[in-house]
Design a binder for this molecule. Sequence first.
Ligand code: FMN
Length: 173
Amino acid sequence: MEFFEAIKGRRSIRKFREETPDDELIEKIVEAGIWAPSAGDLQSWDAVIVKEHQMKVQVAVAAYVQEFIAKAPVVIVMCANMANAGARYGERGRELYCIQDAACAAQNMILSAYALGLGAAWVGAFKEEHVADLLNLPEYIRPVALIPIGYPDEEPEAPPRRSVKEVLHNETY
Ligand SMILES: Cc1cc2nc3c(=O)[nH]c(=O)nc-3n(C[C@H](O)[C@H](O)[C@H](O)COP(=O)(O)O)c2cc1C
């Protein structure tokens, strides 16, 4: 797939076919996350794979009942590892770098899913404490995004984007 086709053609997918992607595909996607940039190359993030139906239902409930999450064959919970980044970078590591690391990795993963013929979405609206309890996360592991993944069963139109002119500021804001 051509690089800019991947960038522009990827859509958030919220409707999936029932077929579960092979573990090798999921591992390939997670590996793409590992190759994302990260502060000090510490890769201060972890991913929890959720496939069990009841757990997905509970995760969906923690995400304000976004039902499509429970219907995805696989949900990857992207987590910032505050201890890892904090050990080297202190407060900035705990509060910023590990979240940026997880976000960079998540974006690589979502794009890779698309390149492999799968669909995914970034879900940010969820109760962190609820998800942390469900997944038994230690206090230094912060869930930052839920990524439902599966074979797409919809082809959404591209939503509008801001123009380069609108987002770009020359020299000063
Ligand atoms: C930080 C963040 C939080 C998001 N939270 C949700 C969410 O809770 N539920 C959802 O369905 N989509 C969520 N999205 C996906 C956006 O709605 C989507 O990316 C945006 O509308 C653009 O559409 P596209 O991804 O198809 O280009 C989130 C995306 C980001 C980056």
